[in-house]
Ligand binder design. Structure first.
Ligand code: FES
Ligand SMILES: [Fe+2]
Length: 378
């Protein structure tokens, strides 16, 4: 983010902290609990939101060199992302155009060509069909029409986004968001630790925990709550995305210090909710990237990556690597507090205890997020 924005956000957070002024500009909102249990609605969310939008799948640094590839499942679709010999990143359905086998079964690697493990049709790393074994058996085949099916792939701010439905032109990323993330995430964001597992909770419960700060001082009492203020976050929508600023208690010290010493990453956590599938939790020297895949109405796969900036040349020091790995452990401790409560909420949803959940006036970021989701589902 630019310096003016940084100072504005810090001034707003400082004022709110000194005044202990909980924001009450929003309306209290009720949401039906069936939104978290209705399988038909869940399918609509996958179809109309996740499959039509750009989903974050990895970091650019995972595919730094020509020939690098990764495979991933993006909202149920097998996807292959490959950097061609021309340096261009492209994404494809990882499905052979002969009889549909998975073309590249490995999770990642580097190669010039992909060879299908069923009958060895071969594709170049730009997706075009290179060679068909015993081609004389397919007299009507037009090789130029049988490259891998391409998907919209965008590389921005060191992140790789893919829309898993071919032929769609998803909503572009707002330039303001990309510019801000470029500054916040640094020039070479690189994952130094990663953990993935499934949680038995609806994906919206996970996102909602990342948007409000009402739970912070209670649910995270044993971990990071002592460093933070209570329910004094500020937020702003950037297109379909949300930036939330959580002030630390230390922000109060800025009242005594000149503005040229004000640094947002020292005195707040800036959290980005990247619609539809990612959360970015920035910390002082690094960030956590949380990727979500909605697997079932009551199941979400969550991958947590702890990301530092790689040096311009050579490897990161052993000390820096150990620091990031240790911080990965701290992040998991805190996030597990959220996700375990998420599983409790999902279990409670199987009872008749609540017909609605309630978002407070000071949780208007949640209400606004939910309103945007409902609009997308219409
Ligand atoms: S299915 Fe790929 S070569 Fe036959
Ligand atoms: Fe939390």
């Amino acid at each position: 983010m630019n310096r003016d924005k940084e100072l504005d956000l810090l001034a707003a957070s400082l004022k709110r902290t000194l005044d202990k002024e909980r924001p009450l500009d929003g309306e209290e909102t009720l949401v039906p609990t069936t939104d978290y249990t209705d399988a038909a609605r869940f399918e609509r969310e996958r179809e109309r939101v996740f499959r039509r939008e750009l989903n974050v799948v990895t970091l650019s640094s995972a595919l730094a060199e020509p020939g690098d590839f990764i495979t991933a499942e993006v909202v149920g679709a097998p996807v292959l992302v490959s950097r061609g010999d021309d340096g261009q990143l492209r994404a494809f359905l990882n499905v052979c155009r002969h009889r549909g086998a998975t073309v590249e079964p490995r999770a990642s690697g580097r190669c010039k060509r992909f060879v299908c493990p069923y009958h060895a049709w071969t594709y170049n790393n730009d997706g075009s069909l290179h060679k068909v074994r015993h081609k004389d058996g397919f007299p009507t085949l037009q090789p130029q029409d049988h490259g891998l099916v391409e998907l919209r792939c965008v590389e921005a701010a060191g992140l790789v986004f893919v829309c898993p439905t071919p032929g769609l032109e998803p909503e572009p990323l707002p330039a303001a968001l990309v510019g801000e993330l470029e500054q916040m995430l640094g020039p070479r964001p690189t994952a130094y630790a990663r953990t993935a597992r499934d949680w038995a909770a609806n994906w919206k419960i996970i996102v909602e925990g990342g948007i409000e700060s009402y739970h912070f001082s209670v649910a995270h009492e044993q971990t990071i709550a002592p460093f933070f203020t209570d329910t004094l976050s500020t937020w702003e929508a950037i297109g379909s995305h949300t930036r939330t600023v959580l002030p630390k208690r230390s922000i109060a010290s800025l009242a005594e210090r000149p503005k040229d010493e004000w640094r947002i990453r020292e005195h707040t956590h800036v959290v980005y909710t990247i619609h539809p599938n990612a959360l970015i939790l920035t910390q002082k020297t690094h960030f956590d990237l949380i990727l979500m895949t909605p697997v079932a109405v009551d199941r979400t796969r969550i991958e947590v990556l702890t990301v530092g900036n790689a040096p311009e040349s050579g490897e990161v020091s052993e000390r820096a690597r150990a620091f990031l790995q240790q911080n990965h452990g701290f992040s998991l401790l805190t996030l597990d507090e959220d996700f375990e409560i998420g599983e409790q909420i999902q279990r409670g949803l199987a009872t008749p205890a609540n017909t609605h959940f309630r978002f407070a006036r000071f949780e208007d970021a949640l209400s606004a997020w939910r309103a945007r989701l409902e609009a997308a589902l219409e």
